[in-house]
Design a protein around this ligand. Structure first.
Ligand code: GLU
Ligand code: MG
Length: 430
């Protein structure tokens, strides 16, 4: 019998904040925290003028409310975990709540009789924490792409994550070593979007905490090692129709030649809002070290079939597995906001009947048909996001305005930081 509840939410920086609460809270309930938690920056600086945080209005409360049915097994002894939605002190939904933005996106698609579902792929690097507290990439000289076993993970921290995931009821699809060493991939099972993102933020937290017990700092930073590849958060999307069938499915085959109007509309929306999306999907300074041409990471405004050089990959798997993969995000994003943005850009494309450009025909190393990429910096991405008012309004004006304001400050705070100094600005949190 668990004797405490760890209630958390995922904030604007994608940090899990919360409290331990007594067993009496193990039902639908709430707890209060200061609303200007949304004014706090990475360096703990309180940004008094952060919009919609009411920092200058007495640092009032907000309320985290959860559904008792969503309380689940945690990964610490005698401790259950839950996440929930944020409300302001008047009982209205807090406009800055990322989970609220995702629920709005789900409701908007609900108007079409469709329920979005996602499967999320997470990539991460492992650093060994040295006795003096400094970090060194985990020594795994035998690591290879798709490596398994002790050559890939000599300390067994991924085995411990697997075991804990099983014990805690996370639905892992796979763990493997990624292209670079020491880099790993964790893929979570498909589910309705809110449930899948809840699972992702809790899994990410659990994985980092289990790794820490093995002396490993597992980081989801997009580019923690400059000379190696980046880490992404790939979002695989499909929709269930009213009968529960995959609404993207046209037959036994997938791929660009078998897209229906729904699939074409989603891809067209992502192409049109490509630059604006980056500010929400790739929201840290290092995101733009990852998002580069020829990096398999969602830089180019392009789409295609089974092609890792494009941002939107239309899986060749068809039937019930028909899906679209959006490859731009990295896991330094708030995944509620990022998936909300992906859903809203897709909806704008579908409802607006946007024209779909031709699929990529180049190899994306020496040649591409993509006319444009994302911005080359976080600063440029904020300009692009500010300019994309349709996307910002759809995701939530207040949330996006707050995001742009805070991220512009992040650009100033990190000016001049490079390499390990930039990495260390974020790495203990991401
Ligand atoms: N690591 C790549 C990224 O930054 C993706 C590699 C892959 O296709 O899994 O998104
Ligand atoms: Mg991968």
């Amino acid at each position: 019998m668990a004797d405490r509840l760890r209630a958390m939410f995922c904030d604007h920086l994608s940090l899990m904040r919360g409290k331990y609460l007594p067993a009496s809270k193990m039902k639908s309930d709430a707890t209060r925290m200061a609303r200007p938690t949304f004014s706090v920056h990475w360096d703990k600086d309180l940004i008094l003028d952060a919009p919609h945080t009411k920092c200058r209005e007495g640092i009032p409360d907000m309320e985290l409310r959860w559904d008792g049915a969503e309380i689940r097994d945690g990964w610490e002894p005698e401790t259950k975990v839950v996440t929930g939605d944020l409300y302001d002190s008047d009982g209205a939904r807090l406009p800055l709540c990322p989970r609220g933005a995702l629920k709005r996106a789900v409701a908007d698609w609900g108007q079409h009789g469709l329920a979005p579902k996602v499967g999320l792929e997470l990539e991460a690097f492992a650093f060994a924490i040295q006795p003096d507290g400094s970090l060194a990439p985990l020594h795994a000289p035998g690591g290879i792409v798709y490596g398994t076993g002790p050559f890939a993970d000599p300390v067994g921290f991924t085995d411990a994550i697997w075991r804990q995931a099983e014990a805690s009821g996370f639905r892992l699809e796979l763990i493997t070593a990624e292209y670079d060493t020491p880099q790993y991939e964790f893929t979570l099972a498909y589910d309705g979007v809110v449930k899948a993102v809840d699972e992702m933020v809790l899994f990410r937290q659990m994985a980092r905490e289990v790794a820490l017990k093995h002396g490993i700092l597992l980081t989801f930073l997009p580019k923690p090692v400059l000379e190696k590849g980046g880490s992404g958060l790939h979002v695989n999307l499909s929709f269930a129709d009213a009968a529960g069938n995959n609404a993207l499915m046209t037959g036994p085959k997938g791929g660009p030649d078998h897209l229906n109007a729904l699939g074409r509309g989603c891809v067209a929306g992502w192409m049109q809002h490509h630059k604006g999306l980056a500010g929400l999907l790739a929201p840290t300074v290092g995101s733009y070290l990852r998002l580069q041409p020829a990096s398999m990471s969602g830089y180019w405004c392009n789409w295609g079939g089974d092609h890792r050089g494009v941002t939107v990959r239309v899986s060749e798997e068809g039937g019930p597995k028909t899906r679209l993969e959006h490859r731009m995000a990295d896991a330094s994003c708030n995944p509620y906001t990022a998936v909300a943005a992906i859903l809203q850009a897709a909806r704008l494309g579908y409802e607006g009947g946007y024209a779909l450009p031709a699929p990529e025909a180049g190899d994306c190393f020496d040649r591409t048909d993509a006319g444009q990429g994302v911005a080359i910096s976080l600063s440029g991405a904020m300009d692009d996001l500010a300019a994309d008012t349709a996307l910002g309004n759809a995701v939530g004006r207040e949330l996006v305005d707050h995001h742009i304001f805070m991220k512009r400050i992040e650009v100033d705070k990190t000016a001049g930081l490079e390499g390990a100094a930039l990495r260390d600005y974020y790495i203990w949190y991401v």
